[in-house]
Design a protein around this ligand. Sequence first.
Ligand SMILES: NC(=O)c1ccc[n+]([C@@H]2O[C@H](COP(=O)([O-])OP(=O)(O)OC[C@H]3O[C@@H](n4cnc5c(N)ncnc54)[C@H](OP(=O)(O)O)[C@@H]3O)[C@@H](O)[C@H]2O)c1
Length: 260
Amino acid sequence: MELKQAVAIVTGSSSGIGAAIATQLAAKGCRVAINYNRNSQGAQAVAQACQDMGAEPLVWRADVAVDSDCRALVDATLKRFGRLDILVNNAGTTKFCGHQNLAGLSTEDFLNIYAVNTVGPFLMTRAAEQALRQQPVAHIVNMASIAAITGVGSSIAYAASKGALVTMTMSLARVLGPQIRVNAICPGFVAGEWLKNGLGESIYTAMQKHYMEISPLKNTATPETVAQTVLALVGGADWTTGETIIVDGGAHLHTAPMRR
Ligand SMILES: NC(=O)c1ccc[n+]([C@@H]2O[C@H](COP(=O)([O-])OP(=O)(O)OC[C@H]3O[C@@H](n4cnc5c(N)ncnc54)[C@H](OP(=O)(O)O)[C@@H]3O)[C@@H](O)[C@H]2O)c1
């Protein structure tokens, strides 16, 4: 897809990976709707970065777990830009809770994580379907996680919610063609505040060292390197749908060394 003048909604783009995606799309000439839920200041800073590149983004508050908010975000984007080509379902939440600590996850925790990570992308997709179908080529990218595939991650509820998102990606890809491609991205360890705040500084540092050692690329991802894969999909993978791409520098390939 030609990104210049294309219109994109990036949910959860007030910080981290979403902010990097919105900024990189704007740098390619995309017209971007920046979405936040609580962090309006962060969203304004991302908008400013886009404006500094000559873009004129829309900034819109919406809770992706609320259907009327999702519809309002799509409507505002169409009103401002007149069309929609790309939906990046990036907004996500979690509760950090050791997997062995089953009692640490309440029903409410589980449902809240599902509401944002799994139901949210569905509500956004449903709200955006009609507009995306007006384009000969349109893309949806779902931000899942390596947790979806390996069952690791901040909590069992988080891993399960991302696993469901990967499954939903395949179901939606099957029914949203021929105009809309639907793919998922599974980042591994991404350097930044999400993990630093969730794990605490010392576990974060030890974990990052571990992933740097086991990754064939000898580093961990950043929001910017994850965003590159989103750009590669929407800007250069029009014949790809229903796929899940792991973005972890190959860390998932690690096996214990062979011993004689
Ligand atoms: N960091 C990692 O290691 C990692 C690894 C794999 C996958 N991921 C996934 O990558 C995505 C982005 O995470 P990140 O690392 O960039 O963390 P982040 O900086 O905390 O970003 C999370 C974003 O989601 C938004 N959000 C949360 N709940 C929302 C809701 N109900 N409605 C709308 N937006 C909501 C936040 O908006 P507000 O702050 O404005 O409320 C924020 O913009 C998530 O889906 C996460 O699961 C992250």
